[in-house]
Write a protein that binds this ligand. Structure first.
Ligand code: AMP
Length: 112
C-alpha cells in the first residue's frame, strides 16, 4: 500500500535499521524502543492487522523469523516477549501486521 510506512521501509523509501530481510519478511529496530532490544518483525505483504491475516502461512514466516532472530542475538538466554497489537483497543498504531520482539529487561504481567 503506497502510503503505509512499513511498505515504504520495505521498498527503501524510508530508512530503517535492518536486522534481517528476505522476500517475505524483514526485521528492523523500533524507532521508539520500549526495551533495550525492541525489534519489529514485519511481513513484506501489506496486511492491515492480525485479524485480516487469512493465510496461516503468514504466521509461520513471522513467528519463525522472530524466534530465529531472537536465538541469533542470544535473546533466548534471558528471555523475550513477543507482542502483536491488533486493532484500536490493543494500541495498534501502524495498520500493517508486525510482531514486537522485546528483550533485555523484566516485563510485567498483566501487560499495560
Ligand atoms: P503498534 O503500536 O503496535 O502498531 O507498533 C508500531 C511500532 O512502529 C511502534 O512501536 C513505533 O515506534 C514503530 N515505528 C513507527 N514508525 C517507525 C519507523 N519509521 N521505524 C521503526 N519503527 C517505527
Amino acid at each position: 500500500m503506497s502510503e503505509c510506512i512499513f511498505c515504504k521501509i520495505a521498498k527503501g523509501e524510508i530508512s530503517a535499521e535492518f536486522v534481517y530481510k528476505d522476500e517475505t519478511v524483514f526485521v528492523i529496530r523500533d524507532v521508539n524502543p520500549q526495551a533495550p532490544t525492541h525489534l519489529l518483525v514485519i511481513p513484506t505483504q501489506h496486511i492491515a492487522s492480525a485479524a485480516d491475516a487469512g493465510d496461516p502461512e503468514i504466521w509461520t514466516s513471522i513467528m519463525g523469523r522472530a524466534v530465529e532472530v531472537a536465538r541469533d542475538l542470544g535473546l533466548d538466554k534471558e528471555g523475550f516477549r513477543m507482542v502483536v497489537n491488533t486493532g484500536v483497543q490493543s494500541g495498534q498504531t501502524v495498520p500493517h501486521i508486525h510482531l514486537h520482539l522485546l528483550s533485555g529487561r523484566n516485563f510485567g504481567w498483566p501487560p499495560g
